[in-house]
Design a binder for this molecule. Sequence first.
Ligand code: SAH
Ligand code: SF4
Ligand code: F3S
Length: 481
Amino acid sequence: MLEFDLNNIDLTKEPDIQEPQRQWYYIAKCREVIKARSEAYGRPLTYCITTFGCQMNSRDSEKIAGILKQIGYVEIESEDADFVIYNTCTVRENANNRVYGRLGYVGKLKQKHPGMLIALCGCMMQEASAVEKIKSSYRFVDIIFGTHNIFKLAELLQIRLDSKRMVIDLWQNTDMIVENLPNDRKYQFKAGVNIMFGCNNFCSYCIVPYVRGRERSRNPEDILDEIEGLAKDGAVEIMLLGQNVNSYGKNLEAPMTFAKLLQEIEKIEGIERIRFMTSHPKDLSDELIDVMKHSKKICKHLHLPIQSGSSRLLKIMNRKYTKESYLELVDKIRAAVPDISLTTDIIVGFPGETEEDFCDTLDVIRKVGYDSAFTFLYSKRTGTPAAAMEGQVEESVANQRFDRLLKEVQKISAKSAGKDEHTVQKVLVEDISEQDSELLTGRLSNNILVHFKGSKSLIGTIVDVYLDESKGFYYMGSLVK
Ligand code: SAH
Ligand code: SF4
Ligand code: F3S
Protein backbone atom coordinates (compact mmCIF):
# COMPACT_ATOMS: atom_id res chain seq x y z
CA MET A 1 0.00 0.00 0.00
CA LEU A 2 1.13 3.48 -0.82
CA GLU A 3 2.02 5.12 2.51
CA PHE A 4 2.43 8.82 2.89
CA ASP A 5 5.11 10.27 5.10
CA LEU A 6 2.98 12.23 7.53
CA ASN A 7 5.97 14.21 8.76
CA ASN A 8 6.61 15.55 5.28
CA ILE A 9 3.23 17.13 4.69
CA ASP A 10 3.35 20.94 4.77
CA LEU A 11 0.42 21.91 7.00
CA THR A 12 0.94 25.62 6.40
CA LYS A 13 -0.29 25.11 2.82
CA GLU A 14 -3.86 24.51 1.66
CA PRO A 15 -4.86 20.84 1.38
CA ASP A 16 -4.61 19.08 -1.98
CA ILE A 17 -7.87 18.73 -3.86
CA GLN A 18 -6.88 15.27 -5.07
CA GLU A 19 -7.78 12.14 -3.08
CA PRO A 20 -6.30 10.40 -1.22
CA GLN A 21 -3.59 13.08 -0.79
CA ARG A 22 -6.17 15.45 0.67
CA GLN A 23 -7.03 12.97 3.40
CA TRP A 24 -3.37 12.33 4.29
CA TYR A 25 -3.09 16.09 4.82
CA TYR A 26 -6.05 16.04 7.22
CA ILE A 27 -4.72 12.98 9.00
CA ALA A 28 -1.45 14.85 9.61
CA LYS A 29 -3.39 17.90 10.79
CA CYS A 30 -5.63 15.96 13.21
CA ARG A 31 -2.53 14.15 14.46
CA GLU A 32 -1.07 17.44 15.70
CA VAL A 33 -4.24 18.25 17.66
CA ILE A 34 -4.50 14.76 19.16
CA LYS A 35 -0.82 14.83 20.10
CA ALA A 36 -1.24 18.13 21.93
CA ARG A 37 -4.32 16.82 23.77
CA SER A 38 -2.62 13.62 24.70
CA GLU A 39 0.32 15.59 26.15
CA ALA A 40 -2.07 17.79 28.12
CA TYR A 41 -3.99 14.79 29.49
CA GLY A 42 -0.81 12.81 30.14
CA ARG A 43 -2.27 9.73 28.43
CA PRO A 44 -3.03 8.52 24.92
CA LEU A 45 -6.42 9.37 23.42
CA THR A 46 -8.66 6.36 22.88
CA TYR A 47 -11.32 5.25 20.40
CA CYS A 48 -13.96 2.55 20.37
CA ILE A 49 -15.84 1.35 17.27
CA THR A 50 -19.01 -0.70 17.53
CA THR A 51 -19.97 -2.35 14.26
CA PHE A 52 -23.48 -3.50 13.38
CA GLY A 53 -24.55 -5.42 10.29
CA CYS A 54 -22.67 -7.34 7.66
CA GLN A 55 -19.09 -7.93 6.59
CA MET A 56 -19.16 -4.79 4.44
CA ASN A 57 -19.54 -2.81 7.63
CA SER A 58 -16.83 -4.82 9.39
CA ARG A 59 -14.48 -4.03 6.55
CA ASP A 60 -15.44 -0.35 6.66
CA SER A 61 -14.71 -0.33 10.38
CA GLU A 62 -11.18 -1.54 9.66
CA LYS A 63 -10.75 1.46 7.36
CA ILE A 64 -12.08 3.80 10.05
CA ALA A 65 -9.72 2.22 12.59
CA GLY A 66 -6.84 2.65 10.14
CA ILE A 67 -7.49 6.39 9.84
CA LEU A 68 -7.88 6.86 13.61
CA LYS A 69 -4.67 4.97 14.38
CA GLN A 70 -2.74 7.15 11.96
CA ILE A 71 -4.19 10.18 13.72
CA GLY A 72 -2.82 8.82 16.99
CA TYR A 73 -5.85 7.33 18.72
CA VAL A 74 -5.44 4.02 20.55
CA GLU A 75 -8.20 1.41 20.36
CA ILE A 76 -10.04 0.24 23.48
CA GLU A 77 -13.05 -2.05 23.92
CA SER A 78 -14.99 0.22 26.28
CA GLU A 79 -17.28 2.98 25.09
CA ASP A 80 -15.84 5.21 27.80
CA ALA A 81 -13.40 6.43 25.14
CA ASP A 82 -12.36 9.81 23.75
CA PHE A 83 -13.87 8.98 20.35
CA VAL A 84 -16.84 6.63 20.09
CA ILE A 85 -18.01 5.47 16.66
CA TYR A 86 -21.11 3.47 15.79
CA ASN A 87 -21.04 1.93 12.33
CA THR A 88 -24.73 1.27 11.80
CA CYS A 89 -26.92 -1.14 9.83
CA THR A 90 -30.51 -0.66 8.72
CA VAL A 91 -31.34 -3.89 6.93
CA ARG A 92 -34.02 -4.71 9.51
CA GLU A 93 -35.83 -2.48 12.00
CA ASN A 94 -34.21 -4.13 15.04
CA ALA A 95 -30.76 -3.12 13.78
CA ASN A 96 -31.87 0.53 14.07
CA ASN A 97 -33.35 0.00 17.52
CA ARG A 98 -30.09 -1.36 18.81
CA VAL A 99 -28.29 1.81 17.71
CA TYR A 100 -30.78 4.05 19.54
CA GLY A 101 -30.27 1.87 22.61
CA ARG A 102 -26.48 2.35 22.48
CA LEU A 103 -26.89 6.09 21.95
CA GLY A 104 -28.98 6.39 25.11
CA TYR A 105 -26.15 4.74 27.00
CA VAL A 106 -23.25 6.66 25.49
CA GLY A 107 -25.05 10.00 25.88
CA LYS A 108 -24.88 9.50 29.65
CA LEU A 109 -21.20 8.54 29.47
CA LYS A 110 -20.45 11.71 27.55
CA GLN A 111 -21.81 13.89 30.35
CA LYS A 112 -19.04 12.54 32.59
CA HIS A 113 -16.31 12.43 29.96
CA PRO A 114 -15.09 15.90 28.94
CA GLY A 115 -14.06 16.18 25.31
CA MET A 116 -15.67 12.90 24.26
CA LEU A 117 -16.59 12.80 20.57
CA ILE A 118 -19.35 10.59 19.16
CA ALA A 119 -19.66 9.71 15.48
CA LEU A 120 -22.35 7.79 13.65
CA CYS A 121 -21.81 6.31 10.22
CA GLY A 122 -22.93 3.40 8.07
CA CYS A 123 -26.12 2.41 6.33
CA MET A 124 -28.65 3.84 8.76
CA MET A 125 -27.18 7.32 8.24
CA GLN A 126 -28.10 7.14 4.55
CA GLU A 127 -31.74 7.38 5.61
CA ALA A 128 -33.04 10.92 6.03
CA SER A 129 -35.58 9.92 8.70
CA ALA A 130 -32.90 8.40 10.95
CA VAL A 131 -30.69 11.47 10.61
CA GLU A 132 -33.64 13.76 11.45
CA LYS A 133 -34.32 11.75 14.58
CA ILE A 134 -30.70 12.02 15.68
CA LYS A 135 -30.63 15.75 14.99
CA SER A 136 -33.68 16.28 17.15
CA SER A 137 -33.30 13.70 19.93
CA TYR A 138 -29.57 13.00 20.18
CA ARG A 139 -28.00 16.44 19.96
CA PHE A 140 -24.82 15.21 21.65
CA VAL A 141 -23.71 13.37 18.50
CA ASP A 142 -20.71 15.18 16.98
CA ILE A 143 -20.20 13.72 13.50
CA ILE A 144 -22.55 11.97 11.09
CA PHE A 145 -21.31 10.51 7.84
CA GLY A 146 -22.50 7.79 5.49
CA THR A 147 -21.38 4.80 3.49
CA HIS A 148 -19.91 6.73 0.55
CA ASN A 149 -17.51 9.06 2.35
CA ILE A 150 -15.78 7.00 5.03
CA PHE A 151 -12.47 7.98 3.48
CA LYS A 152 -13.19 11.60 4.55
CA LEU A 153 -13.22 10.88 8.29
CA ALA A 154 -10.06 12.87 9.09
CA GLU A 155 -11.39 15.91 7.23
CA LEU A 156 -14.72 15.70 9.06
CA LEU A 157 -12.95 15.34 12.40
CA GLN A 158 -10.88 18.43 11.64
CA ILE A 159 -14.04 20.42 10.83
CA ARG A 160 -15.58 19.25 14.11
CA LEU A 161 -12.47 20.19 16.09
CA ASP A 162 -12.54 23.66 14.52
CA SER A 163 -16.28 24.34 14.71
CA LYS A 164 -17.66 22.65 17.84
CA ARG A 165 -20.93 22.04 15.96
CA MET A 166 -22.54 18.79 14.82
CA VAL A 167 -20.91 17.94 11.48
CA ILE A 168 -23.14 16.15 8.99
CA ASP A 169 -21.75 14.99 5.65
CA LEU A 170 -23.93 12.61 3.68
CA TRP A 171 -23.62 11.68 0.03
CA GLN A 172 -26.55 10.24 -1.82
CA ASN A 173 -24.44 8.33 -4.27
CA THR A 174 -21.02 8.28 -5.88
CA ASP A 175 -19.03 6.32 -8.39
CA MET A 176 -15.78 7.29 -6.70
CA ILE A 177 -13.56 4.56 -5.24
CA VAL A 178 -10.66 5.98 -3.23
CA GLU A 179 -7.68 3.64 -2.96
CA ASN A 180 -4.57 3.88 -0.79
CA LEU A 181 -5.95 5.05 2.52
CA PRO A 182 -4.88 3.69 5.87
CA ASN A 183 -6.31 0.40 6.98
CA ASP A 184 -6.13 -1.53 10.22
CA ARG A 185 -6.69 -5.25 9.90
CA LYS A 186 -8.29 -7.16 12.73
CA TYR A 187 -6.44 -10.41 12.00
CA GLN A 188 -3.00 -10.90 10.57
CA PHE A 189 -3.76 -14.21 8.87
CA LYS A 190 -7.12 -13.48 7.26
CA ALA A 191 -8.60 -10.43 5.63
CA GLY A 192 -11.74 -9.18 3.92
CA VAL A 193 -11.21 -7.52 0.54
CA ASN A 194 -13.90 -5.42 -1.13
CA ILE A 195 -14.20 -6.30 -4.77
CA MET A 196 -17.28 -4.20 -5.38
CA PHE A 197 -19.53 -1.73 -3.63
CA GLY A 198 -23.28 -1.12 -3.76
CA CYS A 199 -26.02 -3.17 -5.36
CA ASN A 200 -28.18 -2.89 -8.48
CA ASN A 201 -30.64 -5.66 -7.79
CA PHE A 202 -33.41 -3.89 -5.92
CA CYS A 203 -34.94 -6.96 -4.34
CA SER A 204 -38.30 -5.51 -3.39
CA TYR A 205 -37.86 -5.94 0.39
CA CYS A 206 -34.28 -4.68 0.61
CA ILE A 207 -32.91 -1.28 1.56
CA VAL A 208 -29.27 -1.98 0.71
CA PRO A 209 -29.34 -0.52 -2.84
CA TYR A 210 -30.74 2.73 -1.42
CA VAL A 211 -28.15 3.07 1.33
CA ARG A 212 -25.11 1.64 -0.46
CA GLY A 213 -25.76 3.10 -3.90
CA ARG A 214 -25.20 1.66 -7.36
CA GLU A 215 -22.95 -1.28 -8.05
CA ARG A 216 -19.29 -0.34 -8.60
CA SER A 217 -16.52 -2.86 -9.15
CA ARG A 218 -12.94 -2.13 -8.15
CA ASN A 219 -10.30 -2.49 -10.86
CA PRO A 220 -8.81 -5.97 -10.88
CA GLU A 221 -5.27 -4.50 -10.67
CA ASP A 222 -6.12 -2.72 -7.42
CA ILE A 223 -7.70 -5.88 -5.96
CA LEU A 224 -4.75 -8.06 -6.95
CA ASP A 225 -2.25 -5.50 -5.61
CA GLU A 226 -4.08 -5.40 -2.31
CA ILE A 227 -4.16 -9.19 -2.01
CA GLU A 228 -0.48 -9.49 -2.92
CA GLY A 229 0.28 -6.98 -0.18
CA LEU A 230 -1.87 -8.94 2.27
CA ALA A 231 -0.12 -12.19 1.38
CA LYS A 232 3.29 -10.56 1.97
CA ASP A 233 1.95 -9.34 5.27
CA GLY A 234 1.03 -12.84 6.43
CA ALA A 235 -2.55 -13.34 5.24
CA VAL A 236 -3.32 -16.91 4.18
CA GLU A 237 -7.09 -16.56 3.79
CA ILE A 238 -9.02 -13.83 2.05
CA MET A 239 -12.74 -13.20 1.89
CA LEU A 240 -13.87 -11.33 -1.23
CA LEU A 241 -16.74 -9.03 -0.36
CA GLY A 242 -19.66 -7.72 -2.40
CA GLN A 243 -23.46 -7.75 -2.26
CA ASN A 244 -23.49 -9.83 -5.42
CA VAL A 245 -19.96 -11.01 -6.21
CA ASN A 246 -21.23 -12.98 -9.19
CA SER A 247 -21.87 -9.80 -11.11
CA TYR A 248 -18.35 -8.48 -10.46
CA GLY A 249 -16.71 -6.65 -13.32
CA LYS A 250 -19.75 -6.19 -15.55
CA ASN A 251 -19.47 -2.42 -15.54
CA LEU A 252 -15.70 -2.06 -15.65
CA GLU A 253 -14.16 -0.26 -18.62
CA ALA A 254 -12.61 -3.60 -19.57
CA PRO A 255 -15.29 -6.01 -18.35
CA MET A 256 -14.10 -9.07 -16.44
CA THR A 257 -15.99 -11.94 -14.87
CA PHE A 258 -15.84 -12.96 -11.23
CA ALA A 259 -14.59 -16.38 -12.31
CA LYS A 260 -11.63 -14.76 -14.12
CA LEU A 261 -10.84 -12.62 -11.09
CA LEU A 262 -10.80 -15.76 -8.93
CA GLN A 263 -8.37 -17.43 -11.32
CA GLU A 264 -6.01 -14.45 -11.05
CA ILE A 265 -6.24 -14.45 -7.25
CA GLU A 266 -5.56 -18.19 -7.18
CA LYS A 267 -2.11 -17.49 -8.65
CA ILE A 268 -1.03 -15.31 -5.73
CA GLU A 269 1.61 -17.07 -3.69
CA GLY A 270 0.95 -17.29 0.04
CA ILE A 271 -2.84 -17.15 -0.25
CA GLU A 272 -4.10 -20.62 0.65
CA ARG A 273 -7.82 -20.08 1.01
CA ILE A 274 -10.26 -17.93 -0.91
CA ARG A 275 -13.79 -17.28 0.31
CA PHE A 276 -16.44 -14.94 -1.09
CA MET A 277 -19.76 -13.39 -0.05
CA THR A 278 -22.50 -13.06 -1.26
CA SER A 279 -23.52 -15.05 -4.31
CA HIS A 280 -26.79 -14.14 -5.98
CA PRO A 281 -28.22 -17.29 -7.58
CA LYS A 282 -29.34 -15.39 -10.69
CA ASP A 283 -25.75 -14.54 -11.67
CA LEU A 284 -23.94 -17.73 -10.66
CA SER A 285 -22.34 -18.85 -13.93
CA ASP A 286 -21.23 -22.23 -15.26
CA GLU A 287 -17.81 -20.63 -15.64
CA LEU A 288 -17.71 -19.99 -11.88
CA ILE A 289 -18.78 -23.55 -11.08
CA ASP A 290 -16.03 -24.83 -13.33
CA VAL A 291 -13.42 -22.60 -11.68
CA MET A 292 -14.56 -23.78 -8.24
CA LYS A 293 -14.36 -27.38 -9.37
CA HIS A 294 -10.73 -27.07 -10.43
CA SER A 295 -9.51 -24.67 -7.77
CA LYS A 296 -7.14 -25.74 -5.01
CA LYS A 297 -7.75 -22.61 -2.96
CA ILE A 298 -11.44 -21.70 -3.20
CA CYS A 299 -13.14 -22.94 -0.04
CA LYS A 300 -15.78 -25.61 -0.27
CA HIS A 301 -18.51 -23.36 0.98
CA LEU A 302 -21.14 -21.41 -0.89
CA HIS A 303 -23.57 -19.01 0.71
CA LEU A 304 -26.47 -18.93 -1.73
CA PRO A 305 -29.42 -16.96 -0.33
CA ILE A 306 -32.77 -18.30 -1.49
CA GLN A 307 -35.03 -15.91 0.49
CA SER A 308 -38.17 -17.93 -0.34
CA GLY A 309 -39.01 -21.26 -1.93
CA SER A 310 -42.14 -19.95 -3.63
CA SER A 311 -41.64 -19.04 -7.29
CA ARG A 312 -44.64 -16.73 -7.00
CA LEU A 313 -43.06 -14.78 -4.13
CA LEU A 314 -39.60 -14.85 -5.68
CA LYS A 315 -41.06 -13.00 -8.65
CA ILE A 316 -42.59 -10.34 -6.40
CA MET A 317 -39.31 -10.15 -4.48
CA ASN A 318 -37.62 -9.41 -7.83
CA ARG A 319 -35.08 -12.19 -7.30
CA LYS A 320 -35.13 -13.34 -10.96
CA TYR A 321 -34.99 -17.10 -10.34
CA THR A 322 -37.60 -19.73 -9.54
CA LYS A 323 -37.74 -22.58 -7.06
CA GLU A 324 -37.01 -24.97 -9.91
CA SER A 325 -34.10 -23.03 -11.39
CA TYR A 326 -32.56 -22.65 -7.91
CA LEU A 327 -32.79 -26.40 -7.30
CA GLU A 328 -31.23 -27.09 -10.71
CA LEU A 329 -28.40 -24.74 -9.85
CA VAL A 330 -27.79 -26.56 -6.56
CA ASP A 331 -27.68 -29.89 -8.43
CA LYS A 332 -25.16 -28.48 -10.88
CA ILE A 333 -22.93 -27.17 -8.08
CA ARG A 334 -23.12 -30.43 -6.14
CA ALA A 335 -22.28 -32.44 -9.25
CA ALA A 336 -19.14 -30.35 -9.78
CA VAL A 337 -18.08 -29.97 -6.13
CA PRO A 338 -19.66 -32.93 -4.28
CA ASP A 339 -18.44 -32.08 -0.77
CA ILE A 340 -19.45 -28.40 -0.90
CA SER A 341 -21.22 -26.96 2.12
CA LEU A 342 -24.27 -24.85 1.24
CA THR A 343 -25.76 -22.16 3.44
CA THR A 344 -28.55 -19.68 2.81
CA ASP A 345 -30.72 -16.75 3.95
CA ILE A 346 -34.48 -17.06 4.26
CA ILE A 347 -37.12 -14.39 4.88
CA VAL A 348 -40.42 -15.35 6.53
CA GLY A 349 -43.56 -13.25 6.38
CA PHE A 350 -42.93 -11.33 3.14
CA PRO A 351 -46.13 -9.44 2.16
CA GLY A 352 -48.72 -11.79 0.71
CA GLU A 353 -46.94 -14.96 1.88
CA THR A 354 -49.53 -17.74 2.11
CA GLU A 355 -49.29 -21.07 3.89
CA GLU A 356 -48.69 -22.62 0.48
CA ASP A 357 -45.79 -20.24 -0.26
CA PHE A 358 -44.30 -21.01 3.12
CA CYS A 359 -44.59 -24.77 2.51
CA ASP A 360 -42.62 -24.25 -0.70
CA THR A 361 -39.83 -22.74 1.41
CA LEU A 362 -39.87 -25.73 3.75
CA ASP A 363 -39.80 -28.00 0.72
CA VAL A 364 -36.72 -26.32 -0.77
CA ILE A 365 -34.74 -26.43 2.44
CA ARG A 366 -35.50 -30.13 2.82
CA LYS A 367 -34.51 -30.78 -0.78
CA VAL A 368 -31.25 -28.81 -0.58
CA GLY A 369 -30.31 -29.99 2.91
CA TYR A 370 -28.40 -26.84 3.86
CA ASP A 371 -25.53 -27.03 6.31
CA SER A 372 -27.01 -23.98 7.98
CA ALA A 373 -29.44 -21.17 7.25
CA PHE A 374 -29.93 -17.64 8.51
CA THR A 375 -33.63 -17.04 9.03
CA PHE A 376 -35.16 -13.58 9.23
CA LEU A 377 -38.59 -12.23 9.98
CA TYR A 378 -39.57 -9.85 7.20
CA SER A 379 -39.00 -6.28 8.32
CA LYS A 380 -40.76 -3.45 6.54
CA ARG A 381 -38.26 -0.91 5.20
CA THR A 382 -39.76 2.44 4.28
CA GLY A 383 -39.01 3.37 0.68
CA THR A 384 -38.76 -0.19 -0.63
CA PRO A 385 -41.53 -1.47 -2.95
CA ALA A 386 -42.51 -4.23 -0.52
CA ALA A 387 -43.29 -1.73 2.23
CA ALA A 388 -46.22 -0.45 0.17
CA MET A 389 -47.50 -3.89 -0.82
CA GLU A 390 -50.85 -5.19 0.29
CA GLY A 391 -51.24 -8.25 2.42
CA GLN A 392 -48.60 -7.56 5.07
CA VAL A 393 -48.53 -10.78 7.09
CA GLU A 394 -49.89 -10.64 10.61
CA GLU A 395 -47.19 -10.74 13.25
CA SER A 396 -48.52 -13.83 15.02
CA VAL A 397 -48.68 -15.78 11.74
CA ALA A 398 -45.17 -14.72 10.76
CA ASN A 399 -43.85 -15.64 14.21
CA GLN A 400 -45.42 -19.07 14.03
CA ARG A 401 -43.95 -19.72 10.61
CA PHE A 402 -40.60 -18.48 11.81
CA ASP A 403 -40.60 -21.02 14.65
CA ARG A 404 -41.60 -23.82 12.30
CA LEU A 405 -38.86 -22.83 9.88
CA LEU A 406 -36.25 -22.68 12.61
CA LYS A 407 -37.12 -26.18 13.80
CA GLU A 408 -36.87 -27.51 10.28
CA VAL A 409 -33.54 -25.76 9.67
CA GLN A 410 -32.15 -27.22 12.89
CA LYS A 411 -33.31 -30.70 11.93
CA ILE A 412 -31.75 -30.39 8.49
CA SER A 413 -28.45 -28.93 9.58
CA ALA A 414 -28.15 -31.61 12.29
CA LYS A 415 -28.36 -34.18 9.50
CA SER A 416 -25.50 -32.67 7.50
CA ALA A 417 -23.45 -31.97 10.63
CA GLY A 418 -20.73 -34.46 11.41
CA LYS A 419 -20.27 -35.71 7.88
CA ASP A 420 -16.50 -35.25 8.15
CA GLU A 421 -16.21 -37.10 11.47
CA HIS A 422 -13.20 -39.48 11.61
CA THR A 423 -11.40 -37.85 8.70
CA VAL A 424 -8.28 -35.66 8.58
CA GLN A 425 -8.98 -32.13 7.39
CA LYS A 426 -7.03 -28.91 6.84
CA VAL A 427 -7.74 -26.34 9.53
CA LEU A 428 -6.77 -22.68 9.62
CA VAL A 429 -5.94 -22.04 13.28
CA GLU A 430 -7.64 -18.80 14.30
CA ASP A 431 -7.39 -18.36 18.05
CA ILE A 432 -7.30 -19.82 21.52
CA SER A 433 -10.72 -21.31 22.28
CA GLU A 434 -13.05 -18.91 24.09
CA GLN A 435 -14.45 -21.74 26.21
CA ASP A 436 -11.23 -23.50 27.16
CA SER A 437 -7.84 -21.80 27.10
CA GLU A 438 -6.13 -25.19 26.71
CA LEU A 439 -7.65 -25.54 23.25
CA LEU A 440 -7.14 -23.89 19.87
CA THR A 441 -9.99 -22.99 17.53
CA GLY A 442 -9.82 -23.16 13.77
CA ARG A 443 -11.97 -23.46 10.69
CA LEU A 444 -12.39 -26.12 8.06
CA SER A 445 -12.58 -25.17 4.40
CA ASN A 446 -16.38 -25.41 4.72
CA ASN A 447 -16.27 -22.82 7.51
CA ILE A 448 -17.12 -25.22 10.40
CA LEU A 449 -15.26 -24.68 13.67
CA VAL A 450 -12.88 -27.26 15.16
CA HIS A 451 -11.41 -27.24 18.68
CA PHE A 452 -8.24 -29.17 19.43
CA LYS A 453 -5.14 -29.16 21.63
CA GLY A 454 -2.07 -27.40 20.29
CA SER A 455 0.47 -24.66 20.76
CA LYS A 456 -0.48 -20.99 20.44
CA SER A 457 2.32 -20.62 17.92
CA LEU A 458 0.12 -22.42 15.37
CA ILE A 459 -2.32 -19.49 15.19
CA GLY A 460 -2.47 -18.23 11.61
CA THR A 461 -1.20 -21.45 10.06
CA ILE A 462 -3.00 -24.28 8.29
CA VAL A 463 -2.60 -27.67 10.00
CA ASP A 464 -3.96 -31.21 9.61
CA VAL A 465 -6.52 -32.16 12.25
CA TYR A 466 -8.23 -35.50 12.82
CA LEU A 467 -11.91 -34.88 13.57
CA ASP A 468 -12.63 -37.13 16.55
CA GLU A 469 -16.19 -36.13 17.31
CA SER A 470 -18.95 -33.98 15.88
CA LYS A 471 -20.76 -31.78 18.39
CA GLY A 472 -23.39 -30.56 15.95
CA PHE A 473 -22.15 -27.13 14.96
CA TYR A 474 -18.48 -27.85 15.62
CA TYR A 475 -15.96 -30.68 15.95
CA MET A 476 -13.52 -31.79 18.61
CA GLY A 477 -10.28 -32.92 16.96
CA SER A 478 -6.64 -33.86 17.44
CA LEU A 479 -3.65 -32.34 15.72
CA VAL A 480 -1.97 -34.72 13.28
CA LYS A 481 1.75 -34.43 13.91
N1 SAH B 1 -26.70 -9.18 -0.97
C1 SAH B 1 -27.08 -10.27 -0.20
C2 SAH B 1 -27.89 -9.96 1.03
C3 SAH B 1 -27.53 -8.83 1.91
S1 SAH B 1 -28.68 -8.51 3.19
C4 SAH B 1 -27.92 -11.19 -1.10
O1 SAH B 1 -28.62 -10.76 -1.97
O2 SAH B 1 -27.92 -12.36 -0.83
C5 SAH B 1 -28.61 -10.02 4.10
C6 SAH B 1 -29.91 -10.72 4.25
O3 SAH B 1 -30.81 -9.94 4.99
C7 SAH B 1 -30.65 -11.01 2.96
O4 SAH B 1 -30.17 -12.14 2.31
C8 SAH B 1 -32.06 -11.19 3.42
O5 SAH B 1 -32.33 -12.53 3.76
C9 SAH B 1 -32.11 -10.34 4.69
N2 SAH B 1 -32.96 -9.16 4.50
C10 SAH B 1 -32.76 -8.14 3.66
N3 SAH B 1 -33.78 -7.25 3.75
C11 SAH B 1 -34.64 -7.74 4.68
C12 SAH B 1 -35.88 -7.30 5.22
N4 SAH B 1 -36.46 -6.17 4.80
N5 SAH B 1 -36.47 -8.06 6.17
C13 SAH B 1 -35.91 -9.20 6.59
N6 SAH B 1 -34.75 -9.67 6.12
C14 SAH B 1 -34.11 -8.95 5.17
FE1 SF4 C 1 -30.46 -6.58 -1.09
FE2 SF4 C 1 -31.06 -8.07 -3.16
FE3 SF4 C 1 -28.99 -6.40 -3.29
FE4 SF4 C 1 -28.86 -8.56 -1.76
S1 SF4 C 1 -29.03 -8.54 -3.98
S2 SF4 C 1 -28.25 -6.50 -1.20
S3 SF4 C 1 -30.94 -8.77 -1.01
S4 SF4 C 1 -31.13 -5.84 -3.12
FE1 F3S D 1 -26.70 -3.73 7.12
FE2 F3S D 1 -25.65 -2.10 5.41
FE3 F3S D 1 -24.74 -4.56 5.58
S1 F3S D 1 -27.79 -2.26 5.88
S2 F3S D 1 -26.51 -5.71 6.23
S3 F3S D 1 -24.62 -3.04 7.15
S4 F3S D 1 -24.90 -3.32 3.73
